[in-house]
Ligand binder design. Structure first.
Ligand SMILES: Cc1cc2nc3c(=O)[nH]c(=O)nc-3n(C[C@H](O)[C@H](O)[C@H](O)COP(=O)(O)OP(=O)(O)OC[C@H]3O[C@@H](n4cnc5c(N)ncnc54)[C@H](O)[C@@H]3O)c2cc1C
Length: 330
């Protein structure tokens, strides 16, 4: 079956192969993240033709399904198709590799957040775009996704911010068993949650919990941009339950940005913002006409922020997100 993008690019998709994989086989990059039909980063619209879901599209609402939206990671073609999907071909996306990686150091950033710094072989020439994630393949071939929390650096170190999930198999490894020099494997870089060109735009970053990890990497990258490439403004809104959840000093990254921590279960002495990150952002009615939003963390925050920001005037193609849905396969 032949699939055509609105950009005019075309690729073949055999029945049973996902549109995302078929596009990748033809060297065409479409947006994606979890690849399991949950996070909805690969949401796009069928303009003509028939397609079939390969699994349940949990990441789509009934209204979106009725409006012709699909998730390209778990949809295949049932006839020739035309689809409206963001074509990332103008952007250099580094090659995906599987590499050995050793734990360089482990450090608790909060009672339930571990900083794991991995080092890859210096000869591997591993590169990534700030905001992307990797799959870590651990003991027993257990595989989990983690965003890289630092912009690329010459030391070849990859920082991961890992939240302990109650009863989680990989969490048990990181928090109870992992030690420096352990040998793991990584597969990546993955996903399309990375900084697009941002010159003269108002950037908004919304994060909950360890969703700050890719935001930190992007903020570091912004400090390296030339004057002409710089955004007009940067606002970072980071939400947690209690003070300990705001475990990193975002101001220490440097650059000009407004930082707004928001707590949902703050004690009475907390004088900062309370509630949800999207509400805290929108409280003072910001002008979103030249804004681009990057949201990362809980799926509930992302779904709600998307609706609220669009209502407040954000353009539909200016919301990028990475939902930290469960990535467990073993
Ligand atoms: C693209 C992507 C990037 C990610 N980046 C990060 C990151 O940078 N930092 C980070 O801490 N996590 C991140 N995650 C989540 C991470 O990959 C794991 O899913 C999570 O750490 C749990 O793994 P586990 O083995 O401890 O739990 P599992 O053994 O896989 O699961 C234990 C139980 O917890 C539930 N569960 C698992 N994950 C979640 C979750 N996220 N929310 C709610 N319930 C869950 C499972 O359904 C299961 O019932 C990311 C996920 C994705 C898809």
């Amino acid at each position: 079956m032949l699939v055509e993008l609105v950009s005019g690019k075309k690729f073949e998709c055999s029945h049973g192969v996902s549109l995302l994989d078929a596009a990748a086989n033809a060297q065409i990059s479409l947006p994606y993240s979890c690849k399991t039909g949950r996070c909805s980063s690969c949401k796009c619209r069928i303009l003509s033709g028939r397609s079939e879901a390969l699994a349940i599209e949990i990441g789509l609402s009934d209204d979106e399904k009725k409006a012709g939206y699909i998730l390209s990671c778990i949809r295949t073609a049932a006839s020739d198709l035309t689809i409206d999907a963001e074509d990332l071909d103008g952007i250099y996306i580094p090659e995906v590799k599987t590499l050995p990686a050793r734990i360089d150091c482990l450090q608790k950033l909060a009672p339930d957040v571990m900083l794991a710094t991995l080092r890859v072989p210096p000869t591997s020439a591993f590169s990534y775009l700030p905001g992307q994630y990797i799959d870590v393949i651990g003991p027993g071939a257990m595989r989990r996704s983690y965003s890289i929390a630092n912009a690329p650096n010459c030391r070849g170190h990859l920082d991961l911010h890992i939240r302990a999930v109650h009863g989680g198999a990989m969490s048990d490894y990181w928090f109870n068993k992992a030690k420096e020099n352990d040998l793991l494997r990584i597969n990546g870089p993955l996903g399309s949650f990375f900084l697009r060109s941002c010159a003269s735009l108002d950037l908004i970053f919304l994060a909950t919990g360890t969703g700050i990890a890719p935001v930190k990497a992007m903020l570091e990258a912004i400090t390296e941009l030339s004057v002409d490439e710089q955004p007009r403004s940067v606002t970072v809104v980071w939400g947690g339950r209690v003070v300990a959840d705001i475990y990193y000093d975002i101001q220490a990254i440097g650059g000009r940005h407004t930082f707004l921590p928001v707590l949902s279960q703050a004690h009475s002495e907390w004088s900062g913002a309370r509630g949800y990150v999207q509400d805290a952002l929108l409280e003072n009615g910001p002008d979103l006409s030249d804004a681009v939003a990057y949201a990362c963390g809980s799926q509930a925050m992302i779904a709600s922020a998307k609706v609220e920001l669009f209502k407040a005037g954000l353009a539909p193609n200016r919301f990028y997100s990475d939902a930290f849905v469960s990535s467990g396969s073993i």
